[in-house]
Design a protein around this ligand. Structure first.
Ligand SMILES: C=C(O[C@@H]1C=C(C(=O)O)C=C[C@H]1O)C(=O)O
Ligand SMILES: [Mg+2]
Length: 463
């Protein structure tokens, strides 16, 4: 094991400082080292004590995990957000002084963030802390990859900085973050539930089926919001712990902006990139889980053969295939979906594998894919216009790409569903469903109800 001693941190900082030309010049220094096993939730908790916003990400296998504390660099973009975000990210990388002896995805200069579903929708104050695109390079980052743990420091240095002093301060922060303390779980209780107008929502579903019936569109995804009030402020670490314990096969994420935190456990990958190896996912079509194994198998079987759900699913497959064709080689998509089981429901699932062509980035793919018909509809422009006009909620970051990327073309983005915007002792939960020509408003309403269960149950609701 290569261990970077503190003395080396001082010399790395010194080297970076000495390369600065003028007093106003600054430079991002990134130092990664391997550490002993560290409890990610303790790290997340401790990050609160040292101040600054926190970020959290685990991939569906949970063998990969990122926890960010504070912010060394903040990217935010409004107009041309994909291009602008990527431009700012590249300029961070260009000037970065990186010391990372490990060729491990998610170590070194890493950025975590997300974006809003539809920048053209008039924003409300609900999401005022979240820009159309916000990304954070954490000041301190914990990475778990396979069974190993890494700690990365990202810090801007100036010509007048004193390397030894900086290194001492950083060491103190590291001790605070990596110290495994005993966590106290909170006992959150829901004191008020306000469903935002279910009857109006069902009417929107009805109108969507009418529009689809006329042949103008094929699929429109409509979402709704539930507002909760709690007996106390929600503790985000406890929410994450509960999600980790109850939601297998899901990406668990948190992105904090001051007092607000966007949290979720989504099963839906948008895109994963490891070097040039690309993975995407078609996930649409839903049923509940059975109470017995036999009942469960029967429900899966029916779902696999249900025409309405297969339609919902096939629009996504077709679109994703079309969207990545020009950007990838070796695109491989099975002809038939399989079942993707979750704790409270099951989906139709078709994996996509491909090879990203030279010269393209994960951002090029996100731009092509978002929103897929799993969250928008078919055709895209028309369905988005319908959603913008008809939906009663501000989706904010719900249903949009959320994820991370590093400086070596590795990264992964999920679609932020099964999620909640937690605001102190209140929260908004979101769930939507794919409306096609045979959709029935009451059944779609029931479907969104099950999709709300994962978040509701970890926030003190019924299990
Ligand atoms: C829109 C959501 O989920 C999407 C809609 C699905 C459906 O209607 O069958 C299934 C998975 C997701 O693509 C949500 O969970 O909020
Ligand atoms: Mg559905």
């Amino acid at each position: 094991m290569i261990d970077i001693k503190e003395k080396q941190v001082v010399s790395i900082l010194n080297e970076a400082i000495q390369q600065l030309q003028t007093e106003d010049d600054t430079r991002l220094v990134s130092i990664t080292k391997k550490i002993e096993e560290t409890d990610p939730l303790c790290f997340f908790d401790a990050a609160k004590q040292i101040g600054g916003n926190r970020t959290f990400w685990t991939s569906s296998s949970q063998q990969f995990l990122l926890v960010g504390a504070g912010s060394a660099h903040q990217i935010s973009a409004e107009k041309s957000r994909f291009e602008e975000t990527e431009k700012q990210w590249n300029s961070v990388l260009e000037k970065a002084f990186v010391h990372n002896p490990y060729d491990v995805p998610g170590t070194g200069v890493v950025v975590l963030g997300g974006m809003s579903f539809d920048p053209k929708k008039k924003p409300t104050k609900l999401w005022k802390k979240f820009k159309p695109s916000n990304f954070t390079v954490p000041e301190f980052l914990l990475t778990k990859y396979d069974k190993s743990y890494y700690f990365t420091i990202n810090i801007y240095v100036k010509k007048n900085d004193h390397a030894k002093q900086l290194a001492d301060d950083l060491k103190m922060m590291e001790r605070k973050l990596i110290f495994n303390h005993k966590r106290v779980a909170d006992r959150l209780k829901i004191t008020k539930v306000k469903e935002i107008d279910p009857e109006k929502w069902k009417n929107s579903v009805r109108r969507a089926t009418e529009v689809i019936g006329k042949g103008n569109m094929e699929k429109i995804v409509l979402a709704r919001e539930v507002r909760l009030k709690f007996n106390q402020k929600a503790d985000i670490s406890t929410v994450l712990k509960n999600l980790l314990n109850t939601q297998p096969n899901s990406y668990i994420f948190a992105y904090e902006m001051d007092e607000d935190c966007f949290v979720g456990a989504t099963p839906e990958r948008l895109v994963k990139l490891e070097g040039t190896k690309l993975l995407s996912t078609c996930l649409a079509g839903t049923a509940s889980r059975g109470k017995t194994e036999i009942e469960d198998r029967k429900i899966s079987d029916d779902l696999l053969h249900d025409e309405k759900n297969r339609q919902e699913h096939d629009f996504v497959v077709k679109m994703i295939k079309h969207a990545i064709m020009d950007y990838c080689t070796e695109v491989n998509i099975p002809d038939e979906p399989v079942i993707y089981p979750l704790r409270n429901l099951q989906h139709l699932y078709t994996p996509v594998t491909a090879n990203l062509r030279n010269g393209y980035s994960i951002f090029d793919i996100i731009k092509q894919l978002h929103p897929t018909p799993a969250l928008g509809g078919t055709p895209r422009t028309e369905s988005l216009a319908f959603i913008r006009e008809e939906e009663l909620l501000d989706r904010g970051w719900y249903g949009a790409p959320i994820g991370w990327m590093d400086s070596n073309q590795n990264g992964e983005f999920a679609v932020a569903i099964r999620s909640s915007l937690i605001q102190g002792d209140e929260a908004s939960l979101f769930a939507g469903c794919g409306v096609v020509k045979d959709s029935d408003p009451d059944s779609e309403y029931e479907e969104t109800k099950i999709k709300l269960v994962p978040m509701l149950s970890v926030l003190g609701g019924k299990h």
